[in-house]
Design a protein around this ligand. Sequence first.
Ligand code: PLP
Length: 397
Amino acid sequence: MLAIHGGEPHKKKNFPGWPIHSEREIKLLEEVVKSGNWWRITGSKVKEFEEKFSSLQGTEYCLGVTSGTHAIELGLLALGIEKGDEVIVPAFTYISTVTAVISCSAVPVLVDVDPETFCMRPEAFEKAITKKTKAVIPVHMGGHPCDMDFICDIARKNDIYIIEDSAHGHGAEWKNRRLGSMGDLGIFSFQNGKLMTCGEGGCIVTNDKQLHEKLFLMHGVGRPDKDPYYQHYVLGTTARMSEFHAAILIAQMERVNELNQKREKQAKYLDQLLEQIDGIRPQMRKADATIVSHYMYMFYYDADAFRGMPRQEFIDALRAEGIPSFISYPVLSDTEFFKNSQFFGKIDAYSYDTEEELPNARKIAKEVVWLPHYTLEGDVIDLEEIAGAITKIQKSL
Ligand SMILES: *Cc1c(COP(=O)(O)O)cnc(C)c1O
């Protein structure tokens, strides 16, 4: 009997927990507490984190900030994006990719994604370019890299800035280049669910010294480093990362490559298991994606192969069997704030929804199920239990 009807859950052992920590986090955190230097201006941990993270991602510079959302907003502002400018974004992503654009009074132009990798289609990006286009924000969906050769090529030809939204892509690579290092700027999130976390946090990486210096000023209300005189050089906000957050991140970062390797191995095996189940089709992986970080393990669910069981019911049943699972992001133009134009005067109207109806984003939003990354951080038994739970549901119908 299905667990949702009172039967025994199929999953017998627990998945690894998330977030994880060791004595290392505790030791570094304690160092900060006892040092009395709790903010970056007097402490050393944020600086250390920035140096280590930029070398992890293969960039010259990194700036720690308060969230991934703030990282995108600051990035856009530092690039000079302003009222009336257009910024091209994928229609299938977490909402921040788009709200950050609106927060800068720029107009987001939503374009479709690839039906197999779920990443922005470079052809759709190219087609959406107008005279007003100033930037593009490719999102490396679930840690699968976008086609950065194609995207960089189009952007360069058209004088368009690139911000790589790498919130899912810590340590991931496209053709042996780390995510965030190929655009003008790359952003990361360290929010609780992300692949390394300090509860809330983010950062901006770049190879451009001037941009980095401008971002430093902007993330501290325009003040230069160690400024004792209340000098304010540019308009900014307060988005500095604290020493506590950096202490945790230094420890978290030490596990990133190892966890990526583990998830890569586990995801390949789970692909094999799930491909044998009628009606289940995992996100595809391109050969040029040399490291995929698997922030979300995503697959299409075809209700027809499950006697028409709606996706939400399937997820409820799967959860009852002990497998954490979720529906994918909505198409962003379908969210309430877009439908009701709740833009607080930042932009006049949302008039740039593509004429193309975003068919792939729509299909993904309707049919895709995802499992969190920690489901790939245990052992092969976990994977066999995931496949077993899905098969159990299918056979019971
Ligand atoms: C999490 C996330 C963000 C925003 O990060 P926060 O730290 O939560 O502000 C941006 N883009 C994507 C794709 C994300 O998943």
